[in-house]
Design a protein around this ligand. Structure first.
Ligand code: ADP
Ligand code: ADP
Length: 241
């Protein structure tokens, strides 16, 4: 069944400028891993944001498990968003706080944040869940270390652990390896892919690395010139370098 279904999506930022993209349609199966590729400025980030209504498309529809996102009320949208994990280029972690605190802090997103000393307290069960999420990304050992003292790859893993606190049905990642060296990039993509395969989390990521698309996605969507130019199984693609 389709986890995400996008129909005839159009988006422009300004009425005086051409559409960023038009008539984009595709669907993503539950548990599938899908890459959006395309040149710089093609609109990959914009498309990703429209898929979860971080941005409103100008026309077209997005369905998530047959629920229409584009007409959803704000309240339903909040509930929907609570089932999505977001991982961005820059991890937006708090560098002075430990990995564990960051994972816990993220779980409070959307609610008024606790102030003062109360923000250092969390329920035992929530703490155990956060430790479990850190374990899933291989960071149990550094749970108490301030994020500012972690490597770029480790920081992105903390961001993923934070996303996992939501028990996401869908994981959205916008160039998650942009600031990482090749080795850390491969490891991070492998981790995302494993999470998708083992936990059945649907994964939609943007990448400008063709190899990441062919190696870590089941399917590749290519956005270029304002339209979807490619929608194919990665196994049917051949990368010539
Ligand atoms: P990509 O992710 O493929 O690099 P983006 O979706 O970030 O592309 O951007 C597509 C185009 O839309 C670019 O020309 C960018 O400058 C423009 N753009 C992105 N965000 C905005 C915005 N908030 N307002 C106006 N233009 C934007
Ligand atoms: P990303 O790489 O994730 O697309 P960017 O660094 O390109 O992020 O953009 C950062 C923010 O600035 C985003 O919220 C994006 O929508 C916005 N933005 C990008 N290009 C433009 C633009 N030409 N005009 C206004 N806002 C823009």
């Amino acid at each position: 069944s389709a986890a995400v279904k996008v129909e005839a999506l159009c988006k422009r930022y300004d009425t005086n400028t051409p559409n960023i993209f038009s008539d984009v349609s595709f669907s993503i199966g539950t548990g599938e891993s899908v890459a959006i590729i395309g040149p710089n400025g093609a609109g990959k980030s914009t498309l990703l944001k429209c898929c979860v209504r971080l941005l409103d498309p100008d026309s077209g529809s997005v369905f998530f498990n047959d629920q229409c996102l584009t007409t959803m009320t704000a309240r339903d949208l909040r509930r929907f968003r609570s089932r999505i994990g977001f991982v961005f280029q820059k991890h937006q972690l708090i560098s002075g706080l430990s990995a564990l605190s960051n994972v816990l802090h993220g779980s409070l997103a959307g609610r008024p944040g606790p102030r003062g000393w109360t923000r250092h307290l969390a329920g035992r069960q929530t703490c155990e869940q956060a430790m479990h999420c850190l374990e899933l990304v291989g960071l149990s050992e550094v749970a108490q270390r301030p994020v500012g003292r972690l490597s770029g790859g480790q920081s992105q893993r903390v961001a993923i652990a934070r996303a996992l606190m939501q028990s996401p049905a869908l994981l959205i990642a916008d160039e998650p390896t942009a600031s990482l060296d090749p080795q850390a990039s491969e490891a991070l993509m492998g981790l995302l892919r494993d999470l998708s395969t083992k936990s059945g989390i649907t994964l939609l990521f943007v990448s400008h690395e063709l190899r990441h698309a062919t190696d870590y996605a089941d399917r590749v969507l290519g956005l270029s010139g304002g339209t979807l130019q490619l929608d194919r199984a990665s196994s049917s693609l051949c990368l010539n370098e």
